[in-house]
Design a protein around this ligand. Structure first.
Ligand SMILES: *[C@@H]1O[C@H](CO)[C@@H](O)[C@H](O)[C@H]1NC(C)=O
Ligand SMILES: *[C@@H]1O[C@H](CO)[C@@H](O)[C@H](O)[C@H]1NC(C)=O
Ligand SMILES: *[C@@H]1O[C@H](CO)[C@@H](O)[C@H](O)[C@H]1NC(C)=O
Ligand SMILES: *[C@@H]1O[C@H](CO)[C@@H](O)[C@H](O)[C@H]1NC(C)=O
Ligand SMILES: *[C@@H]1O[C@H](CO)[C@@H](O)[C@H](O)[C@H]1NC(C)=O
Length: 433
């Protein structure tokens, strides 16, 4: 590719391109934590954990100042410094004397290690991918051991597959069988994050919580070298089997929550797994492959459509190697190749086409809460499509920018999201009993 045409192409490559809201005249726009819209989003996502012990605001605002827009190394350095400092502080607290203080501090350290890792997946040999992860696991384990009912790690065997499913059981502490919510993350997030996204809010309401990860997700990708699989029921069914072995779990009151790309994974699994009382697609994803194609610039899309693998790879690899690729595009592609465990952009695009609900959405039996965020730039229009395909089984809910809930997955609005979704779940369970 000649430099000029590459530059033109780069300016229109927009994998999940974020709008630059500093240029928007809309009065509902949100204060920006970075000049880089993707960095803003990820810092806000970490900040969201504040309402559930997983972050604090001031230390994130100080950290945000140290991060240079577009500079992945500066993002790592700022968060690694914060994580290391908070982790040292946590270790210096006598957990026997001050269990709440120690727990809170370990949870924050864990979140910040995850943030430090977030933009490093472009180089698969980067040893920080594993060292940061073992630190986040270590800090999280210390924190969850100090919960009123300590979290319990479990390894489940997939039935006809040779992978294992790491999970955590968080008991409600209430006597007798209780409602239980199974939480799964998406394209780039961990089960530990899910504890903060909605797990702690569910525990407060007297529910048990089970988090889990499957192929493509952080620990299965790292420790079993496995990328995503479209047939997510192969991951979810062993988790439901496990839930049903626990005396704490009311077998008729199990909910399944899928976050972000989990907005595809959860409904996909629910099409085959019918022991669920309710499903949450947060936010709804009907056809993931279509969102990937829609984000390709026209010339690349044409080359993809003609199955010109060499040209697609050459253009996108050149783009990744250049400095001018926008953060959101660079990160989406790097994270996609890493989590699907494929070496080329073309292969990532090809695999992504298998992730749609077109032929299975009618097999879903449980009621589905389909969340939608007004200004979602990752999966625009997808929640509406899923809701339409589900018909009367869907409860579509639009989270608004005016409420600070318009970002993808409504990050920054945990309290509102958890109120709306968990109230809906409790009402469904009450109506059935
Ligand atoms: C959010 O979406 C609404 C509805 O599409 C639009 O009117 C508004 O300008 C968007 N806000 C921002 C900050 O982009
Ligand atoms: C990837 O990471 C490895 C290990 O840290 C390093 O040796 C190598 O230079 C890195 N490659 C690139 C392209 O940055
Ligand atoms: C699963 O089995 C396949 C084929 O037998 C093998 O190639 C793969 O390495 C195995 N994966 C794991 C995680 O054991
Ligand atoms: C693939 O695209 C390149 C660049 O447009 C072109 O030169 C080449 O002939 C194409 N290859 C095939 C097999 O169509
Ligand atoms: C949807 O996924 C199936 C595989 O599950 C695939 O065969 C089909 O081509 C995909 N449909 C679209 C419209 O991409």
């Amino acid at each position: 590719m000649k430099i000029t045409s590459l530059t033109i192409l780069l300016s229109c490559i927009g994998f999940h391109e974020k709008r630059d809201s500093s240029k928007s005249s809309n009065s509902d726009r949100m204060y920006q934590l970075s000049g880089d819209p993707e960095f803003h989003y990820e810092i806000l996502r970490a900040m969201s954990a504040t309402s559930s012990e997983g972050a604090d605001i001031g230390e994130l605002l100080v950290t945000a100042q140290k991060i240079k827009p577009g500079d992945f190394e500066s993002y790592y350095a700022a968060f690694n410094e914060l994580a290391t400092r908070v982790h040292e502080q946590a270790k210096s607290i006598d957990g026997a004397k001050h269990p709440f203080s120690a727990r809170n501090t370990f949870f924050r350290a864990s979140t910040y290690y995850r943030s430090a890792d977030f933009f490093l997946h472009g180089n698969w040999s980067d040893t920080r991918i594993n060292t940061l992860w073992s630190k986040q696991l270590d800090a999280f384990n210390s924190a969850m051991s100090l919960l009123p009912v300590p979290g319990q790690r479990i390894i489940l065997n997939a039935k006809d597959d040779n992978f294992t499913i790491p999970a955590i059981f968080f008991g409600s502490g209430k006597p007798g069988p209780q409602p239980t919510i199974i939480l799964g993350n998406g394209y780039d997030g961990s089960q530990e994050e899910m504890f903060h996204v909605v797990g702690e809010a569910a525990l407060q309401r007297g529910m048990n919580v089970i988090t889990y990860e499957g192929p493509g997700q952080p620990s299965v990708r790292r420790y079993q070298d496995l990328g995503f699989i479209p047939q997510w029921e192969r991951v979810l069914t062993p988790v439901v089997d496990f839930a049903l072995t626990r005396p704490e779990v009311d077998p008729h009151s199990i909910g399944l929550w899928g976050y972000s790309f989990g907005g595809y994974l959860a409904p996909r699994a629910a099409a085959f797994e019918h022991r669920l009382a309710a499903v949450f697609a947060m936010d709804g994803v009907y056809d993931f492959g279509q969102t990937i194609l829609a984000n390709l610039p026209d010339p690349v899309k044409k080359l993809y459509d003609s199955r010109n693998e060499t040209a697609v790879n050459s253009i996108l690899n050149d783009a990744l190697a250049s400095d001018s690729m926008p953060t959101s595009a660079r990160w989406s592609l790097q994270q996609g190749m890493w989590s699907f465990n494929v070496k080329s952009p073309y292969e990532f695009i090809r695999r992504s086409q298998l992730y749609n609900l077109t032929s299975v959405s009618d097999k879903i039996q449980a009621p589905v809460f389909v969340g939608s965020a007004e200004n979602d730039t990752f999966f625009p229009g997808q929640a509406k499509k899923l809701s339409e395909a589900l018909g009367s089984k869907a409860t579509y809910h639009l989270f608004k920018a005016a409420d600070g809930a318009g970002e993808h997955c409504s990050v920054g609005a945990s309290a509102l999201v958890n109120q709306v979704t968990l109230d809906w779940f409790e009402d469904i369970l009450r109506r059935r009993s």
